[in-house]
Ligand binder design. Structure first.
Ligand code: TXA
Ligand code: MG
Length: 351
């Protein structure tokens, strides 16, 4: 399949620029597009054949449901039933934006979109290209992250091109995804609202609007504890780099020392080494390829750069990757959730 790639600028978007992409979505084809979190791989959510193509292109397990993207808050009522009052309150505060809500699905939503579940994930993205595309297409757009299943989510069109070229009909290059981590997922179908996936919208932010919200215990536990996460996608090994990634946590000076010791011995043994550091610590790592996520005090840049760095080390076929820990900031929960999975939970505690 010949993949058409178009470049658009969200600031100067012309009405006709998304015509072909919108037409493609209407006719059951696959279009990758930017959102503020990560790039999505879109198809008509109510067309089960189109949804099926998404699973095929990604190599995604068929029990892993897709998030349905809408362009207007009112569309929530066309996809869901028994919508609790909390959903309206959350939509009011956080939409458009990086929040996905799980609600009871309406019968129009096919099981091929929801991975066989009676619930549906809904999100109204903030990115202008995404919203204009959905509105112009006039269909609801099922869109998982536009990566091959198991790879880090794409934060740039280049990543999508690497994973999806010749497998999908179109890729819209709209520049970098500004947030860089997937949306926060909140399940509103049970007695207590639950966070199924941490993201840019944190527990504290959600608590201001719905006070009794909790984390799904499975996302805070180590895999050996054997809890099954409520978001099917969270149970798969995800974001896994090719190399062996280990996270070091503890006092910064001690972490640097321990990482350097490992890096030196691996390098002397002829292995390639990568280090995930920050602006503040970068100068103290003499071994391996050192990549920085930005300042430790700028947590948004840490979140935004994480997948890009994991992909860069993959491109270099780095054998051993050592990372500092980023648990102690506001987005720590979201960042560490991804980093721990990428590391297969290999953590060295220095204290
Ligand atoms: O930021 C995002 O959410 C991006 C952009 C493209 O919007 N999308 C994204 O989709 O991350 P995906 O498919 O990579 O992740 C969706 C997650 C999976 O873990 C899936 O299991 C969960 O959402 N999910 C979707 N529908 C669900 C449902 N009805 N019940 C429970 N979990 C659901
Ligand atoms: Mg994904």
């Amino acid at each position: 399949m010949n993949t058409i790639i178009i470049k658009v600028d969200a600031e100067k978007l012309r009405a006709d620029e998304l015509d072909q992409a919108a037409e493609y979505l209407r006719s059951g084809r696959l279009v990758a597009f930017p959102t503020e979190t990560v790039y999505g791989l879109g198809a008509d959510a109510l067309d089960s054949k189109a949804a099926h193509k998404i699973y095929e292109a990604k190599g995604r397990p068929s029990d892993n449901p897709l998030i349905v993207h809408i362009a207007d808050v009112k569309d929530m009522e066309k996809l869901a039933v028994d919508i609790p009052e909390e959903a309206y309150r959350l939509a009011n505060v956080f939409w458009p934006g990086p929040l996905t809500m799980i609600l009871k699905k309406n019968e129009v939503v096919p099981y091929s979109t929801t991975g066989g579940l009676d619930t549906v994930g809904i999100r109204l993205p903030a990115n202008k290209i995404a919203r204009d595309l959905i509105a112009q297409a006039g269909v609801f757009v099922a869109a998982p992250s536009a990566n091959i299943s198991g790879k880090p989510s794409p934060t740039q069109a280049e990543h999508v091109i690497n994973d999806m070229k010749d497998k999908i009909d179109m890729i819209i290059d709209g520049g970098r995804a500004t947030l860089g981590l997937e949306s926060t997922i909140v399940d509103l179908t049970g007695p207590t609202p639950m966070i199924l996936r941490p993201g840019f919208i944190t527990l504290e932010m959600l608590e201001h609007v719905i006070p009794f919200i909790q984390y799904d215990p499975a996302i805070l536990m180590k895999p050996e504890m054997d809890l099954v996460p409520k978001a099917p996608g969270m149970k798969y090994r995800h974001y896994a780099p090719e190399g062996c990634l280990t996270i070091y946590e503890g006092d910064t000076k001690a972490v640097i020392k321990a990482i350097n010791r490992e890096a030196q011995s691996k390098q002397e043994a002829g292995e390639s080494v990568g280090i995930i550091a920050t602006e503040e610590t970068k100068p103290y790592y003499p071994y391996g390829t050192v990549k920085t996520l930005g300042s430790r005090w700028d947590e948004a840049s840490i979140a935004a750069g994480l997948y890009e760095i994991l992909r860069a080390f993959d491109d270099m076929h780095t054998a051993y990757i050592y990372s500092e820990s980023f648990a102690d900031n506001r987005l720590g929960q979201a960042i560490m959730n991804r980093l721990l999975k990428a590391a297969g939970y290999k953590v060295v505690n220095i204290d």
